[in-house]
Write a protein of this length. Structure first.
Lengths: 515, 515
């Protein structure tokens, strides 16, 4: 393993290790993933057509309710749906036709640093941190409610890694801020502490509008009207209901030419059937209706087809993660989204564990592999998620990022060229000898293998000497070091002032609300 | 989550939980996996042909040495290879032609309990425990050398789970036994403590012969001559060398119509090139030669094409696991093996971690997903592996088995029938209501979702009350309970007596050797 030849040369060439570290910096990695490997195809043409037909039947025979948004009902009526109160019923194929008529199959989400722009759709994948946890946890302070400081820390940590391409949205709930003003500081943190693309508020249409207004200050109003600069992650009230506020949030983003991420949340057996094919068809139908709503509001505006399909414990009814049923659903919805030609969102490094232990890691990997191989274009919850999204973990965030880097390398596929074939190496080395010092190895050594920053690959004895650490203890050191080394990206002071002025004006305009 | 309707019904129906537990017992699960989902196709026809051509070039231009086995050299010479001392050079396509002329594309490995027979090849997968660790570890006693008692414990644990289909081979090294007599007690433990199929000794040809002799006593000599009842896992001395003892072991198994598993072990940059395509072609070439050797010894005898491709730490030269490069190689070798029409071995739940922490789990899942999706037929190291195969962990074994169960469910694919489509459920429930008490849910609830036995899906508060356990602490309880509840499977006393007599005779015939 430690052939002197290569170790000597390494020293002679001066700090291969430091070069490797430099390679790890954000600038040398692409701002998003381009998958050069094919997606996994689970279902055949007949199976896919059956799911699509089922989605059509659900939308026609059961229908979908948009409760409390008359404009949305009218938009769909004008497009050919039948309305009965809030209940809409769609002739077969109508929703698909609306979606396909104008939804972009891929789009650029612009970042304030153009080098960080991401392409969402096609054979591209964008990784974004976990979203929505009221709690945060770390090894030293334990589990507690999230604060703005925690929120800012996760924005900084996402900014610092090349393996997350997106700053995310509600990376944790800053519960120390009033409910009605949180969104302003969250959006500002993404804008100021990072220069990556981000997500805005979705809790009310007014907060969505505030998020977009801040974008107009940052990017310029004319630019925003022509380009996607913000996403809004909107949950469907499954089964088959969108409440009026959520529907207005979708329309707010679409009207501004920004991208709603339309996400049915289906815990099989509760918000949908326990059988995967049924839950999948429901999810697909619901997400299509929401994407269609955005298109009716503004044709050609960007959108992402989302899904969140989870299984359930037979013992307790609690949601479970990393199980095979959602994996199968991911594979299939990847195929359905490609047929629909709409960018797909899947999550992520999901788990039920309360701590960043082996349960957390197995379940996360079991969610991430199908999300990645199904060809998802936007992978939310790629880092930090614990406990069914209730808690954002600093150490889990760091570990998950290591995994995201591996998927980035996997996406490059296998090089098939003379250098990769290494025939010169075989001829040089021959049977029974080591490749360590060979010219082929020396030529390729530095770029050969992805390495997990927080994994320990040393001997047992070295590991003992270094304190017998569990990976979570190494991850603790990593995030603390990263936050210590963090440097604020520059911003035009006039823009910053305009953002702060808007925020302070909004805050002053209404009393604090705490629920 | 805890809708009273279903919880009431559950109680009324009396112990759904105990039924679930019963479903978990070995008898109700199939003895091996039949994959109803397609394998993942990484490379296209052109890419696969390029790798095959490279393997041909390596075998022709560099060659392959069988050092110290003149019979093997002669067998290949007679088949058309050119020999120069121990170095063989093969005209393009020769090795492939030998392999394809007679190697079965699938075969049955018989168990002494016919209900445990496994099919190796085709669209079947067999999971087998980890192999070869000198050390064992558990949470209470820590890391120590393995003993026969540990060996027996792992055989019992593999016997007790429906998610391992195979008893394995050297599940750990029983270092308390003399080196030259270990194999007898190892094979006996597999035969006596389990009734699943197993692997024999490969350290010398004589020990391989002993392993087969014991099989003749257990299964009958005539049966053994006609049927596969034992596998022998033989490592190639990569690059491009097979030592004479290993080659005689391959021939010993093949001559007895038993299956050698031919496994190049390639740490990229050491025993092969650092570039994946080159290492893959080398591995494929080496494994094909070994399979061909078995065919030349006895045409039509079963064999398994193995591979072990690992990456390396740039910092230390240590092997690394769960990285993307071996994953890509797995995907490709799955395709190559199918084109060759020979059963494929991949491993498993591999990792470098010293403890069953999140590192162990991420890396293991990253190895297992590509091993499974590439269509591997025999997955060695499916449970227990820690620390690059140096240590067998009781807790990791239990956790890995949970994961194996998930892949078994994944393999079933997605049901596409009226029940799975759940249209009756949608019509019954409608928008905005819960599926929990619906007829469709009640009809499907019990079989809906796979659940990890050792995962905690409870609320944070429940988890705190139960002691804030890491999964490894739950796994500790599980393996101790299982070993406590273990019951010896019955065996014909006359056969048992014959086995013991053979073993005692062999032991008495030579002095103990300790290295």
């Amino acid at each position: 393993m430690s052939d002197p030849t290569i170790l000597e040369r390494r020293t002679r060439h001066g700090g291969r290790q430091s070069k490797h570290r430099a390679r790890g910096a954000a600038q040398s990695h692409p701002p998003y993933i381009t998958r050069r490997i094919p997606p996994y195809a689970l279902l055949d043409e007949e199976g896919l057509a059956a799911i699509e037909a089922l989605a059509d039947r659900i939308l026609e025979e059961v229908g979908f309710e948009i409760r409390g948004d008359e404009e949305a009902i009218q938009l769909f009526q004008s497009a050919g749906a039948r309305a009965d109160g809030w209940r809409l019923r769609f002739p077969k194929g109508l929703v698909r036709a609306i979606v396909q008529a104008s939804t972009p199959s891929q789009f650029i989400q612009h970042a304030r640093n153009p080098a960080r722009n991401v392409v969402i759709g096609g054979n591209h994948s964008v990784f974004s941190p976990a979203y929505g946890s009221p709690f945060v946890t770390d090894l030293e302070r334990g589990r507690r409610y999230g604060t703005l400081e925690d929120f800012q820390n996760f924005v900084k940590l996402a900014y610092l890694t090349p393996f997350l391409h997106h700053s995310g949205g509600t990376v944790c709930e800053p519960v120390d801020l009033p409910v009605n003003k949180r969104h302003l500081e969250m959006v500002y943190a993404h804008m100021r502490l990072s220069d990556k693309p981000f997500m805005g508020s979705v809790t009310t249409a007014a907060r969505a509008a505030d998020s977009i207004a801040l974008c107009r200050l940052l990017f310029g109003a004319a630019f925003v009207d022509k380009n996607c600069v913000i996403l809004g992650n909107v949950n469907v009230n499954s089964p088959l209901v969108l409440d009026g506020e959520a529907s207005r949030v979708i329309r707010t983003y679409a009207r501004a030419n920004q991208a709603p991420v339309c996400v049915p949340f289906i815990l099989g057996g509760a918000m949908g059937p326990v059988t995967t094919a049924g839950a999948l068809a429901q999810c697909f139908a619901e997400a299509m209706v929401c994407v269609a709503l955005g298109q009716l509001e503004r044709r050609g505006s960007p959108a992402i087809l989302g899904n969140f399909l989870s299984s359930m414990s037979l013992k307790s009814g609690a949601p479970t993660f990393g199980t095979p049923e959602p994996a199968l659903a991911y594979f299939a919805i990847g195929q359905l989204a490609r047929r629909l030609r709409v960018p797909l969102r899947c999550g992520g490094n999901l788990c039920a564990s309360k701590v960043p232990d082996a349960q957390a890691a197995y379940e996360s990997a079991n969610s991430m592999w199908p999300a990645f191989l199904c060809g998802a274009n936007f992978i939310l919850h790629a880092a930090g998620w614990l406990e069914g999204a209730l808690t954002m973990s600093y150490e889990k965030f760091i570990m998950d990022v290591d995994q995201c880097g591996a998927f980035q390398t996997l996406a490059n596929g296998m090089a098939l060229d003379d250098n990769a074939f290494a025939m010169d190496g075989f001829l040089e080395v021959g049977p029974g000898r080591h490749f360590l010092g060979s010219a082929h190895t020396m030529r390729n050594y530095e770029t050969a293998f992805y390495e997990f920053e927080n994994s320990d690959n040393n001997s047992y004895e070295q590991w003992l000497e270094e304190g017998s650490l569990d990976i979570k203890e190494r991850a603790l050191k990593t995030w603390k070091r990263r936050l210590r080394d963090y440097q604020l990206p520059p911003i035009d002071p006039a823009v910053d002032e305009a953002l702060r002025a808007f925020i302070e004006r909004e805050k002053a305009a209404s009393p604090d609300a705490w629920h």
